[in-house]
Design a protein around this ligand. Structure first.
Ligand SMILES: [Cu+2]
Length: 155
């Protein structure tokens, strides 16, 4: 038995490294969810942010109406704005994904705010998040977590 365990371990490590963390795009009908990512959190007292790009290959606008995840008690799309040279942010409301267009959530603009974290977001972990669209319905995506100072997907 003691010989088998290291072999199983190396097979397990191989499985991890054989599939890089860079997520495949997720398709839901005409929508394609690309490059999800989040920053590692500093503890759990501050909210964390997650980012995605949503492309709509369809002929009609769809609307991102909600987000669900178990890592935070409340999650919603926020919009960051500059007012008199001061950055402020608040709920963006429903986000339209235009026909034949795309919406990018990225630092400094739209982002998914993960409030009341239920667990710390640890670098190199992943968490699952459900996006809810008015027409296309629900889709689960897997979000890789990068370093605290990451400015974009690291892989
Ligand atoms: Cu925010």
């Amino acid at each position: 038995m003691s010989r088998i365990v290291p072999q199983m371990l190396s097979a397990f490590i191989y499985l991890i490294t054989a599939f890089p963390a860079s997520a495949e795009p997720t398709r839901l009908g005409d929508l394609i969810i690309e490059t999800p990512w989040a920053r590692a959190s500093i503890g759990m007292s501050r909210p964390a942010a997650a980012y995605i790009t949503i492309r709509n290959e369809g002929k009609t606008t769809d609307i991102l109406t909600g987000i669900e995840t178990t890592v935070s008690a409340k999650s919603e799309v926020h919009k960051m704005e500059m007012k008199n040279g001061v950055a402020s942010m608040g709920p963006a409301g429903p986000v339209e994904i235009p026909a034949n267009g795309s919406v990018k959530l990225a630092p400094g603009g739209l982002h998914i705010m993960l409030m009341k974290l239920q667990q710390p977001l640890r670098k190199d972990d992943r968490f699952s998040m459900t996006l809810i669209f008015k027409d296309a319905g629900r889709v689960d995506i897997s979000v890789p977590i990068y370093s605290v100072g990451a400015s974009g997907p690291e892989k």
